[in-house]
Design a protein around this ligand. Structure first.
Ligand SMILES: [Zn+2]
Ligand SMILES: [Zn+2]
Length: 260
């Protein structure tokens, strides 16, 4: 049976890029940093550029797409996006190549992978999370989420590897110098998940299959990797699942690949 690896090249509010791959081929989820930086991080992670066979976009915010066009051009791979998101991408950058369109909720094959995009709540145009499977292996990715919702919980259930948002610590967000309207946006139903909400999502989606949990999109100003990890670890202990491998993604450097 082939294993599926997840390598977070970087994640946070300043840029996101994740590779889901086996030994031969892989998909880049978001290209929210420059092509140069993505290329550098692929090398640091020990992944060949030729591995990348396509780029899946979650939504049009710059921390997810700032390097998208240049990456697609250099890697010479297709970009996959929901229809409205693709329209917005072309509106943001008229040199953007046409994307291959999908409808959230409908799965499609890319190389040996089956990709299932699912709708999420976030203040973007038709944003999605992804479940990517190969054989019996399943990876669930949910980056920017206002509220998880039943659809997200349902789709993420029974994944071998979960990459879920753990954006902010409520106390740190409240104490931060961010303007009131921005705090309201982050806390709102179309904003971002707190450590507490992430922990609750973990409780609803963890299954006997789950072997790896990666906390992503951790705010550098309103959270720390330690707080996010401690919160998730408490939940795993409460669920009797201290065996699950837990990592917190970093903004500045890739994480070691996790396999399931
Ligand atoms: Zn984001
Ligand atoms: Zn966003």
């Amino acid at each position: 049976m082939s294993s599926v690896g997840v390598t977070v090249l970087g994640s946070g509010s300043k840029g996101n890029a994740i590779v889901v791959h086996n030994a031969q081929e892989g998909l880049l989820i978001d290209a929210g940093m420059s092509f140069r930086e993505i290329r550098r991080r692929l090398a640091v992670a020990g992944l060949a550029e030729s591995l990348i066979k396509g780029i899946l976009v979650t939504h049009e915010h710059s921390d997810h797409v700032s390097g998208l066009r240049v990456c697609a051009d250099h890697f010479q791979v297709p970009v996959y996006a929901s229809r409205l998101c693709a329209d917005r991408l072309r509106h943001q950058d008229d040199k953007m190549c046409p994307a291959i369109l999908f409808t959230p909720g409908g799965s499609f094959p890319v190389c040996g992978f089956t990709v299932l995009p699912f709708a999420v709540q976030h203040d973007a145009v038709e944003p999605v999370g992804y479940v990517i499977s190969m054989g019996s292996r399943k990876v669930g990715i949910a980056l920017d989420l206002g509220r998880p919702g039943q659809m997200t919980e349902f789709q993420l259930r029974s994944c071998d590897t979960l990459a879920i948002e753990s954006n902010h610590d409520l106390n740190m967000l409240a104490a931060s110098k961010r303007p009131w309207h921005l705090k309201q946006r982050i806390l709102g139903p179309q904003g971002h998940l707190s450590n507490q909400q992430s922990q609750e999502l973990l409780g609803k989606t963890l299954s006997s299959n789950t072997r790896n949990v990666i906390l992503v999109h951790i705010s550098q100003e309103c959270n720390t990797a330690e707080l996010a990890e401690n919160s998730a670890r408490r939940k795993l202990q409460e669920l009797g699942r201290s065996d699950v491998h837990l990592q917190a993604a970093k903004q500045e450097q890739p994480l070691p690949t996790v396999w399931a």
